[in-house]
Design a protein around this ligand. Structure first.
Ligand code: ANZ
Ligand code: ZN
Length: 850
């Protein structure tokens, strides 16, 4: 063979790796470990370019660390529960399980040709009973440890289909199948008590210094710690038991601008008033919207005056009306507020709608502009002028005023300072089939009873029907019928399954001992945890990471992770997307008809279809099926081989930015790999010359130094640029002795082994490398070869070239400056004047300014 043929090479080396078993991870206390993990995929059925980029980056890190002598763990699995499988079941009449496992097989078959250094013996899917059974055990242990609770919460209710809907199933406020307006309903559900750990989850973010700052900020905001005042209004005209109304505010400094109080539609006081049909009708109206935060926030504000009044705590003659309002949430603070329209946009919208007073509490310093349709909400750190202060007025920051207000209220016995979190408890009940069954039983005599551990896993039935809307587990003729583990009487299984975020909150720990009897094996987890490098999309920056951080703590508490574990992921990297131009032709109705890249011909006539129809080329955006700007990795691999795909997704852009896939770029990548292969092939037979080898050897050692630093710094695109340089240096060094060229090529093979591992093996074998390059150590740089020869710098005086100076390469500015000022030619040009500035661009030029 004398041609680069990736099809032959790639298969050959994948078999060689498998035979040698070099990616199998074994616990070895004598060696330092390194755990690399990419966010595991959802088995949709096909891998896409985003996967290729994600797993190539992880593979780069894994192979590099292995070469550096680490005992590497690099596993892969499937995040396999979720709604799409149920949708497929409804559309295609297949069972979700069968559909999912078929997809897994298909995706594994597409992934393996990428040549990833994965320990496939650890593979699992979260829908395997072996996995979700352990998750059920974890759930029960967390229940025992007080980390699980049951309480009533709101769900989306489809009144026609008579079923609970997931947020994704509510489209514009309507049920996706029935089209009925969705209502909010209260249901008793299961929760993880993540709020108990809010403080620790927040504080520990400071220590996550190998996480992107933006992700840390998102985590902090999501947890949302705020300090405020909780106090009670005295009520007038309220039913018995409601003499006081507790409210929570983060802006007690605005109390003198209060114009109303408001309670959530689910507030006990609202419920107590619901015997009035007007109130009952209003509460029902409030329920007519989804439960997602977004929907609640964007729904138009509506309210109802209850007729009840509260007195202002600072002035007993001042009365405020109590309204029921749809924008007050029951599960935040106390479910009741006072409204200050001048300094809160929601309150202002509400006040304008219902004609409530708007009184400024503070204004911009020295301004008498009054609030119009936009509330005045400057950052709390900005000084403002208090025109209606609670205590002393004047100019101060909101921050200081809030603290002063809390102090004043506490001194007067009006409430106390409290800390609140935006974070809610994590509701995990889903009224769905394709998820992990919650392992409890409802007994008419004993109540809620845990399933016995020896009966785990509580398996999902695999003969469910999707004929009726709703949860097939409920409609199943026998599944939920069981006996009570405590009294032996007839009882009913819980039909709620767990949020699929639970499955992905501990899979990293399971990978350390995927066949363990319990959820984990402490010795294995103690050795392999934490994940040293986690890599994935920024879209998971909030919930998935927060839930994983919670679970790591919960697993320590329940004895499933060693106490030394805390955070699950030491370092996090969030990679950018793969984008592609979009192509469209004009449709009959004037709307664009999207075209696949493979349909489009690019030539002198521009972009067009085979039949000549002109094609409009749109901007490069995330690859998506709807715009058809998708390149299928399977096609790329079939055409160019995996190494070209891997090389391309690493080159061009920094890993955290988007990379644009182009056909010409893929072509160029493939050509480059072919050139490297040919160089190796020639060197394997060529006799070589007797020229100077030094420049080549220097280039090789510089490449080792720079590629190492670039990989460590996640600058993969730069590492690739260095490889181009080294390749060029090898091409140039035709006359160098054969063994030196082979050395340079072996070095090249070692450096590209993490990027294009198959090509690297072939090159390595051609130029005399021993064994597999995938098992070879990382090349070592010889510092003596880094010291550059001398460099000659031009010296300018006031912009005119006056001299040249020769110094060791890499000399620092001070050294160069001293030598320049002593130079006779420079001194002549200075003519006795003292230079104002000497600007040294190391290894380039010196400018003397007089
Ligand atoms: C009076 C006030 C005046 C408020 C003002 C804000 C601005 P953060 O900072 O996000 O924690 N609030 C309290 N409980 C609520 C609930 N259950 N549903 C809806 N809103 C609620 O938000 C705290 C602020 O949100 C509180 O401070 C309260 O309004 C409102 F110029 O009290 B504030
Ligand atoms: Zn019982």
């Amino acid at each position: 063979m004398s041609r680069y043929d990736p099809r032959v090479i790639e298969q050959k080396w994948q078999l060689a790796w498998e035979d040698a078993g070099i990616f199998k991870a074994r616990h070895d206390p004598a060696r330092p470990k390194y755990y690399v993990l990419e966010m595991f995929p959802y088995p949709s059925g096909r891998i896409h370019m985003g996967h290729v980029r994600n797993y190539t980056m992880g593979d780069m890190v894994a192979r590099y660390r292995k070469a550096c002598g680490y005992n590497v763990l690099h596993p892969m699995g499937w995040d396999a529960f979720g709604l799409p499988a149920e949708n497929a079941a409804m559309e295609k009449g297949v069972q979700p399980g069968a559909w999912t496992y078929q997809n897994i097989d298909a995706m594994r078959a597409q992934m393996k040709p990428l040549g990833l250094s994965i320990d496939w013996s650890r593979e699992f899917a979260t829908c395997d009973p072996e996995y979700y059974g352990r998750q059920q055990a974890l759930f029960l242990d967390m229940l025992d440890a007080g980390l699980v609770t049951r309480k009533s919460a709101q769900v989306n209710w489809d009144p026609v289909d008579m079923t609970v809907l997931a947020n994704e199933q509510v489209v514009d406020g309507r049920g996706w199948r029935s089209g009925a307006v969705v209502e909010r309903r209260e249901l008793v559900q299961w929760f993880f008590r993540i709020t108990d750990m809010a403080d620790d989850l927040l504080a520990a973010i400071d220590g996550l210094d190998a996480w992107p700052e933006k992700v840390r900020t998102m985590q902090r905001n999501w947890i949302g710690k705020s300090r405020g005042l909780q106090f009670a209004f005295e009520t007038k005209g309220a039913p018995e038991g409601f003499e006081r109304l507790e409210v929570f505010t983060t802006r007690p400094d605005t109390l003198m601008g209060a114009s109303f109080a408001a309670i959530a539609p689910e507030h006990p006081l609202a419920k107590a008033l619901a015997s009035d049909p007007k109130v009952a009708a209003f509460i029902a109206e409030c329920r007519q919207s989804g439960t997602s935060e977004e929907e609640i926030e964007t729904a138009p504000k509506i309210g109802l005056d209850t007729g009840i009044r509260v007195t202002h705590p600072f002035d007993p003659t001042w009365e405020l009306p109590v309204w029921i309002a749809n924008f007050i949430l029951m599960d935040y603070g106390t479910g009741a507020i006072f409204g200050c329209p001048a300094h809160d946009q929601r309150d202002l919208d509400f006040a304008r709608k219902y004609g409530l007073p708007v009184e400024d509490v503070f204004t911009a310093k020295g301004s008498d502009v009054r609030v119009g349709t936009e509330a005045f909400v400057p950052p709390k750190t900005e000084p403002v002028e208090y025109v209606r202060p609670l205590g002393e007025g004047g100019v101060m920051t909101g921050e200081a005023a809030v603290e002063a207000a809390i102090d004043l209220c506490e001194a007067k016995g009006i409430g106390s300072g409290v800390v609140r979190y935006r974070l809610r408890d994590w509701g995990v009940s889903r009224q769905r089939y394709w998820g992990c069954p919650i392992p409890v039983i409802h007994c008419p005599t004993c109540g809620v009873v845990q399933e016995k551990r020896e009966n785990l896993p509580v398996r999902l039935p695999d003969d469910v029907s999707f004929e009726k809307p709703g949860n097939p587990l409920e409609h199943h003729p026998t599944w939920s019928k069981t006996t009570c583990p405590t009294c032996g009487g007839p009882a009913r299984r819980e039909t709620d399954t767990m949020d699929t975020f639970v499955d992905s909150s501990w899979y990293y720990a399971r990978f350390t001992a995927p066949h363990a009897e319990g959820p984990t094996d402490l010795a294995e987890a103690g050795y392999w945890m934490n994940v040293d490098q986690y890599i994935g999309g920024v879209e998971h920056a909030i919930l998935h990471l927060l839930y994983s951080r919670f679970f790591a703590r919960a697993m320590v508490k329940t004895g499933h992770l060693p106490a030394s574990a805390g955070e699950p992921f030491n370092a996090l990297f969030t990679q950018g997307m793969v984008t592609h131009e979009t192509y469209s032709t004009a449709g009959a109705d004037g709307r664009p008809v999207w075209r696949e890249p493979s349909e489009v011909i690019h030539d002198e006539a521009g972009a067009h279809l085979a039949d000549g129809t002109p094609v409009e080329v749109g901007p490069s955006t995330k690859m998506s099926k709807s715009k058809k700007n998708v390149v299928d990795p399977a096609d790329i691999i079939a055409h160019y081989g995996a190494d070209t795909a891997r090389w391309f997704v690493l080159s061009d852009s920094p890993p955290d930015r988007d990379v644009e896939w182009t056909a010409s770029g893929a072509e160029a990548a493939s050509k480059h790999l072919g050139r490297v292969w040919r160089l190796a092939h020639e060197a394997s037979t060529a006799a070589g010359g007797d020229g100077d080898a030094e420049p080549l050897l220097r280039a090789a050692h510089r490449a080792i130094r720079d590629v190492t630093a670039d990989i460590e710094g996640f600058a993969f695109n730069k590492a690739i640029a260095r490889i181009y340089e080294l390749t060029a240096a090898i091409s140039r060094a035709e006359s160098a002795p054969a063994e030196d060229r082979r050395f340079a090529l072996r070095t090249l093979a070692q450096l590209v082994a993490p990027m294009t591992p198959h090509l690297a093996e072939d090159v390595w074998a051609l130029v005399g490398g021993e064994g597999l390059v995938a098992a070879a150590p990382w090349p070592v740089v010889d510092p003596a070869m880094l010291a550059e020869a001398a460099v000659t710098l031009p010296v300018q005086v006031n912009g005119k070239r006056r001299a040249e100076i020769t110094v060791p390469a890499g000399s620092d500015a001070a050294t160069v400056e001293a030598l320049v000022l002593q130079d006779p030619a420079v001194q002549r040009a200075l003519d006795g004047k003292t230079p104002r500035r000497v600007i040294v661009v190391p290894d380039r030029i010196v400018n003397v300014v007089v």
